[in-house]
Design a protein around this ligand. Structure first.
Ligand code: SF4
Length: 198
């Protein structure tokens, strides 16, 4: 079993590799961005891909969508500095259209991160991340707010799907409330699993 210091070293290596990555053609259009946050608390948020503003500022919480998401997290007592937030793919695809080959090219980083963090909970924030963890037959509307078990070599992880955060901008009257309700349930689960968040 790795010590926390060993995990941090391995983790920093992965983040450095992502920052310099040019493994696939998406790097010709934009600079990759790695994740951000704290890996100590065993909870991982996975968004589908970065927004332009996040790439421009190299800050995962800088886009209007991410700032709104952060506000709802805060309202649900989840501190964004105490979770680790990353992406399924670390560059922004052309026309925001994520292809299967993009996921194939980039997901090794996510798998490495999962094997280091050994998260108790993985929160999926979008259709592509949901499908990546739970299969293409899952639908966000029927899966959001539900904990699913997934087996890894280190043990069982709970997969918890959320709506894509952008949906709160497209349909605020419904999606903000859904997001808040789903994050409240997540917060209760985090307390149950003794995941420190404040
Ligand atoms: S999408 Fe992923 S694999 Fe492709 S260049 Fe960006 S970081 Fe590298």
């Amino acid at each position: 079993m790795l010590s926390y210091e060993e995990k941090i070293d391995l983790f920093n290596d992965i983040e450095n590799k992502i920052d310099k990555c040019c493994l696939c053609p998406l790097s010709e259009e934009c600079k990759p961005i790695s994740g951000f946050g704290n890996i100590k608390n065993s909870i991982l948020f996975v968004r589908d891909c970065p927004e332009f503003e996040e790439i421009r500022t190299n800050n995962v919480w800088s886009s209007p969508t991410a700032r709104l998401f952060n506000k709802i997290l805060h309202a649900a007592h989840i501190n964004c500095n105490k979770i680790y937030s990353t992406y399924l793919i670390h560059c922004r695809p052309l026309n925001n259209k994520i292809l299967a080959e993009d996921i194939n090219n980039c997901s090794n980083y996510l798998n490495d991160i999962i094997n280091i963090i050994e998260p108790k909970i993985i929160v999926t924030c979008g259709r592509h991340s949901l499908h990546y963890f739970l299969g293409n037959n899952k639908n966000i509307n029927n899966s959001r707010g539900i904990f699913f078990n997934k087996e890894y070599s280190y043990g069982t992880t709970l997969i918890y799907p959320l709506n894509h955060p952008t949906s709160m901008i497209k349909l605020p009257s419904i999606r903000k409330k859904e997001m808040f309700d789903d994050l409240n349930l997540l917060f209760l689960k985090m307390i149950e699993l003794k995941i420190i968040v404040e």
